[in-house]
Design a protein. Structure first.
Lengths: 414, 116, 304
């Protein structure tokens, strides 16, 4: 049979095309179950506003500052594969903060503590940059990361490493990591306030180890233990402890000592319910540290899907903590002042309940590659008080805060 | 010492609660341990090649291989990740960390800030 | 030593022949290879509710489609390439034609029924933008049966080679690949079944390290009104193709060999022969009159 030159070229091209496609396929198959870098570029942006409720009049001095803090945050993240076994990601945060914050507690006529706020601060800005790189092997991942955060009176630098090892055909995952953080504070107006330090530093060293296990096709569980050692200047330079006594009043610096060891035990469970097209996440953490604080955190997130496009996810979080050993609402001057003292409401005993809902809409556009978009809107309300605590609190801190967060975001996967 | 005892007691209660919780959510004893049989431990000298082998002896068991690679379609769902929305998780963790006395578990390091 | 591991997968009798230093060593490799093949079957079988193919088929008519993993995406890319290179003859959506061509019933469908069924066939209708696949017409379905077995042969061969097996053969229901020749250098001999006389091989093909795939029209057919209708359906017309009775091709990848035999049978008697000759791969085929041709077809190129 005679065949034209074009026909012969076409037939050779056919074999070449089929062979190269087969080789590409067989190359891809080998990596089906191994760990690989992400295979697409992802970028996300989110904007959120955080605003605290005004201080209740019963907890403030008449005519005193009652407005609290508000923060507006923008976050941008980008993650991209570099090779099959290496990927990198970056996260940028820009926050502007304004408002008054708690300064010290005074006492009303009955001796009940009331919160005195600092004068409303000028707008402050915080910028944070974090980068992370992952290196993948047949049955694990090793990651390295670092970051830098700066505001006008505070700067922090951190580095860390983290990784995972898979066993039992990726059913069991052992994870772990180590991190270091070096912070420097140069509190503003330290010349105006005698007790305020001019420059201080703080170091944190932390590590964690975790074990995750697939239970079945639709559920996972993970347990982890985290340890953190803080040393250096751990107190709040903007807060003071107020001492009242017959002879008058005196201010003391917020002093929390020079060391803090923290331990957290976390258990998390994820399960997908096929009948209702929903997934729920359940988590519980027990925390204890050498300042005497113990806390419980329990959270439930429910992701309800409506088809492939819409997801409504309500969530609820319960938190309860005990007070630090050296917390006192204010000092009575006939008492011996302790070496360590704080009136910061964040170290008092209280409970908090927060609930929120997030709505997400996913859609895709078939441009040069199928691009997946996710747009989300969420709201969260946080309430804290002595009544919500697991153990009854006799004198709750007057500065306990309630806040609302609203946020909107968009993420794109190429 | 007292704190340690309290910690251990609290941890024990927490583990029992999670176990009870998981059981009532539909997992019976069989789900977890039904096919369990004690593994045959190999001769010790077969496994002294590297430190990783020791971890493998401890963690590798037949009954822990609960899903095969082709059965992972549900587990690969976006909402089955520990943090489906990383930006939101980072933001919420940072908020709670600055307003509460606790540190978040599950990761090491991370950014600091002069939050007050 | 030689270990033989028979098992059943993809509706056919399969066997692994592996050479190794110790029984334990080749037992482990065979076990992994069998698990791999069964895994691929579970992942891509049209008959299993939990398979990827079933999930894609359930989404037919839904314009949102399904997002698939890397391996499935590469298989769909391969099917796309084969469709293009065969001018539309290799078409993984042609499976839905079996609904009108029911060989067990012995009934030939009417022209109208076939034309109607063609509305649900056509890879060109499918929107494939990696990694999302959309079957826009309800009732469309994908069937990986036309190349799934050959793909599994290649994957199993790669696994055995990666595990250090240098001599052996993978046989999944007649689609084979030699991992390597016998330790003494002899090739594996594959016999191609004569469609008219199943006990007698029509050709014996030596394999040193390549794959061999065979397609025949005798697997399912019916004779109605004196006319023979085979299960080889042209996806462009919906009607059976009368052409080569059987074609076998040798290629480094069993996948490529299988695609070649499938296309050859769809091209009809003369077209199929021209196609195989032009492709440049060793092959043997039998036409409707029982004539055996092809580079491997002459008796002297048979047994080594």
């Amino acid at each position: 049979m005679r065949r034209s030159r074009r026909e012969r070229r076409r037939e050779r091209a056919t074999l070449r095309a089929l062979t190269s496609s087969a080789l590409a396929l067989l190359g891809a198959a080998g990596k089906a179950s191994a760990d690989t870098a992400i295979d697409h570029v992802e970028t996300s942006y989110s904007f959120s506003t955080y605003s605290e409720d005004k201080l209740e009049s019963s907890k403030a001095i008449p005519g005193g500052e009652r407005n609290r803090y508000s923060v507006s945050t923008q976050q941008l993240s980008l993650a991209a594969p570099i090779t099959d076994w290496f990927d990198m990601s970056m996260q940028l945060t820009h926050e502007t903060m304004s408002g008054a914050s708690p300064w010290y507690n005074s006492a009303d006529a009955a001796g009940t503590p009331i919160q005195i706020m600092s004068g409303a601060t000028i707008k402050d800005t915080r910028n944070d940059l974090g980068v992370h790189a992952n290196y993948y092997t047949d049955n694990g991942r090793l990651g390295f990361g670092g970051g830098y955060s700066a505001e006008n009176d505070y700067s922090a630098m951190n580095v860390g490493t983290d990784g995972e090892l898979h066993f039992n055909e990726k059913n069991t995952t052992l994870s772990g990591g180590l991190g270091l953080s070096f912070d420097e504070l140069t509190p503003t107006d330290s010349d105006l306030y005698k007790l305020r330090p001019t420059q201080e530093s703080k170091q944190s060293y932390s590590g964690f180890v975790g074990l995750g296990q697939v239970i079945n096709r639709r559920s996972l569980i993970q347990g982890s233990f985290t340890y953190n050692w803080n040393k250096g200047f751990l107190s709040d330079p903007y807060k003071e402890v107020f001492g009242i006594g017959g002879s008058g009043q005196r201010f003391f610096a917020d002093d929390r000592g020079g060391a803090r060891h923290q331990f957290a035990f976390l258990v998390r469970y994820n399960r997908h319910v096929e009948e209702t097209e929903s997934t729920f996440h359940l988590s519980y953490q027990y925390y204890i540290d050498t300042w005497g604080v113990r806390s419980h955190t329990a959270e439930l997130d429910w992701y309800q899907n409506f088809g492939d496009a819409i997801q409504i996810a309500p969530h609820v979080r319960y938190y309860s903590q005990t007070a630090a050993d050296f917390y006192l609402p204010y000092l009575r001057l006939n008492q011996q002042p302790q070496h360590e003292m704080t009136s910061d409401y964040r170290l008092s005993a209280y409970g908090a309940l927060s609930f929120g809902v997030k709505g997400e809409y996913a859609f895709h556009t078939p441009w040069f590659r199928d691009i997946e978009w996710r747009a989300n809107l969420s709201v969260e309300r946080y309430l804290s008080s002595g009544d919500l605590s697991l153990k009854s609190v006799s004198v709750p801190a007057p500065g306990l805060v309630n806040f609302t967060v609203l946020s909107a975001g968009l993420s794109v996967v190429f | 010492m007292k704190r340690l005892i309290r910690a251990v007691r609290a941890l024990a209660i927490a583990s029992l609660c999670s176990l009870a919780g998981c059981t009532t959510l539909g997992h019976t004893w069989d789900d977890w341990f039904g096919e369990m049989k004690l593994p045959d431990f190999p001769a010790f000298d077969e496994y002294t090649e590297s430190p990783k082998s020791y971890v493998e002896i401890a963690l590798e068991h037949d009954f822990l291989v609960r899903v095969k690679p082709w059965e992972r379609s549900v587990l690969a769902r976006h909402d089955m990740a520990w943090d489906p929305d990383e930006l939101e998780a980072a933001r919420r963790t940072h908020t709670f960390f600055s307003k509460e006395a606790t540190m978040p578990g599950g990761s090491a390091g991370g950014g600091g800030c002069g939050c007050n | 030593m030689l270990g033989r591991y028979p098992f059943r997968a993809m509706g056919s009798p399969c066997e692994l022949h592996l050479y190794g230093d110790s029984r334990a060593e080749i037992d482990a490799v065979a076990d992994a290879a069998v698990q791999l093949v069964l895994g691929l079957e579970r992942k891509y079988s049209r008959y299993r509710d939990d398979s990827v193919v079933a999930a894609i088929n359930r989404s037919a008519g839904d314009l949102a489609g399904v997002r698939v993993d890397d391996e499935t995406a590469s298989l769909l890319d391969y099917a796309d390439t084969a469709h293009e290179q065969s001018d539309g003859l290799f078409d993984i959506t042609s499976g839905s034609l079996r609904r009108v061509w029911n060989f067990a019933s012995g009934r030939v469908p009417s022209r109208a029924e076939v034309t109607e069924a063609l509305g649900r066939v056509g890879w060109s209708r499918v929107r494939w933008t990696r990694p999302r696949i959309v079957l826009p017409v309800a009732g469309m379905e994908l069937d990986f049966g036309g190349f799934g077995k050959e793909y599994a042969v290649d994957c199993a061969t790669a696994l055995c080679r990666a595990r250090g097996v240098r001599s052996g053969m993978v046989d999944l229901g007649g689609d084979l690949c030699a991992i390597g020749p016998h330790p003494d250098g002899r090739p594996w001999i594959a016999g191609i079944r004569d469609p008219r006389a199943p006990e007698r091989p029509m050709a014996s093909i030596p394999l040193f390290g390549a794959g061999l795939a065979t397609s025949g029209d005798y697997e399912r057919c019916m004779i109605v009104g004196g006319v023979r209708y085979t299960h080889i359906l042209d996806p462009r017309t919906g009607w059976p193709v009368t052409g080569l009775r059987s074609a076998s091709v040798v290629a480094p990848q069993c996948l490529v060999a299988g695609t070649a035999t499938t296309i050859a049978l769809l091209k009809g008697a003369r077209g199929g022969a021209r196609f195989l000759d032009g492709l440049g791969l060793p092959n043997v085929r039998m036409d409707a009159h029982g004539r055996i041709t092809g580079s491997l077809g002459t008796p002297s190129t048979g047994a080594a």
